[in-house]
Design a protein around this ligand. Structure first.
Ligand SMILES: [Zn+2]
Length: 412
């Protein structure tokens, strides 16, 4: 929808959006070049913040179909995410919330990395996962998986067929939804008197305070805050009753919703996190100007370091050809002369090239064979996992770095 996320808010339809961080024109973060001298479309990437509801957002310049129907990101590739998912499920059972005929819905269930943990308990689990290639993997584990985007229409169908679920899990998905209002309406339709909804998402705070500007990309339409989740869910008959602060993804919030006047008392965490957002000046344009200057400096310093490395004869490589790498590498002037190649475990990414200047994506084995002196770990949110893996193969002879929040050595 034209103007959404740019001239009006995708969460509350308000028109008081101010500029957070303007990254210029970038390619779609998960699109890779098929040849070293190929070209990709570039689109504006400008984070704005709504003064009415506190939602961070970028304009929808691309449709989700372009991004999510053939998705190359599998949650099960990261042991950090697998452990996080299994802990989440066992905690729900420790709390004793399930009766035998209850069912659980996960929206954006990916390859079934989380829902598979329900199967041994005999609880019916249904996943919604639009990427057909990823949904297939989930089905092969025995999980009923619907290959559609979640919407209020799908919610009505699910309700008619199965009734209200006991638990709805929407982890790292609301950020990816262009029509956020319809999505929240869908949650509201499915939410019965005993339903709880768990929404995990990195907070907008991570960008302002943590300088995580490389988490901004076109497929991340929204950057949630406790303030915005409370207000937008309230607009559709839901109530935020608890917020948990998690370390995953460089700092995420887990928001718990129920129907208004539901059975759970409102936890003090809600007020605490809301206060913290105000005190951190998360909704203050002047604070975002400061953030923009800091980001410009971080990018300048990173580029200068790559140039210095070339002069000094370093053999600098990257690890993780993910969206974060794309955002940062397309925001500076670099190419294979400075960053030789980027290793990634995904077979689909290997033999492709990172835009704009065609840095080759190779297998980890190829990286090891090329004897790097320095490796930039782009997915800094799982840097310990990756650094441990790299050290196991390369020993202490290589320096490991993260470029965000600023260039620094990974001490493992
Ligand atoms: Zn708004």
């Amino acid at each position: 929808m034209e103007g959404r996320g740019n001239t009006f808010c995708r969460g509350c339809l308000g028109e008081k959006l101010f500029s957070g961080l303007d990254l210029g024109e970038l390619p779609i973060a998960n699109e890779l070049l098929k040849s070293a001298d190929g070209n990709l479309d570039r689109f504006p990437l400008h984070l704005k913040v709504c003064n009415d509801c506190g939602l961070g957002q970028v304009a929808d310049v691309v449709t989700p179909d372009r991004i999510f129907r053939d998705y190359r990101y599998l949650s099960s590739m990261s042991s950090t995410f697998l452990e996080h998912a299994s802990e989440f499920v066992s905690r729900r059972f420790d709390e004793g919330v399930f009766a035998p005929d209850d069912w659980v819905l996960e929206i954006a269930s990916n390859d079934g990395y989380l829902l598979k943990n329900f199967l041994p308990f005999g609880i019916k689990a249904i996943g919604v996962e639009p990427a057909e290639n990823v949904a297939q993997i989930s089905r092969s584990l025995g999980i009923e998986t619907i290959s559609e985007f979640f919407s209020s229409d799908l919610a009505k169908e699910l309700l008619a067929k199965h009734g209200s679920p006991k638990l709805i899990i929407a982890n790292n998905v609301m950020a990816h939804v262009p029509d956020l209002i319809d999505f929240v309406k869908g949650l509201s339709i499915l939410c019965g008197s005993e339903t709880v909804i768990s929404i995990e998402n990195p907070s907008l705070m991570n960008i302002l305070i943590g300088m995580q500007f490389d988490t901004i990309y076109h497929e991340h339409y929204s950057y949630l805050t406790a303030t915005s989740v409370k207000q937008i869910s309230h607009n559709h008959g839901l109530h935020l009753f608890k917020v948990e602060e998690l370390s995953i993804h460089g700092g995420s919030n887990r928001y718990w919703l129920q129907i208004q006047n539901g059975v759970f008392p409102t936890d003090s965490s809600v007020e605490r996190v809301l206060d913290f957002e105000i005190k951190s000046r998360l909704f203050d344009p002047a604070e975002w100007d400061v953030c923009a200057s800091r980001v410009a400096k971080i990018l300048e310093e990173f580029q200068a370091w790559l140039q210095m490395g070339k002069i000094e004869g370093y053999r600098i490589y990257g690890y993780g050809a993910a969206a974060k790498a794309s955002t940062i590498l397309n925001s500076i002037d670099t190419g294979p002369d400075f960053l030789v190649s980027i290793a990634d475990v995904s077979l689909e990414k290997q033999m492709r090239y990172m835009p704009p200047n065609g840095i080759k994506i190779v297998s980890p084995q190829e990286l090891f064979a090329q004897k790097p002196t320095d490796i930039i770990i782009f997915p800094w949110n799982i840097k310990v996992e990756i650094a441990t893996f790299l050290r196991a193969h390369l020993g202490d002879q290589v320096r490991l770095w993260c470029a965000v929040p600023e260039l620094s050595e990974v001490d493992i």
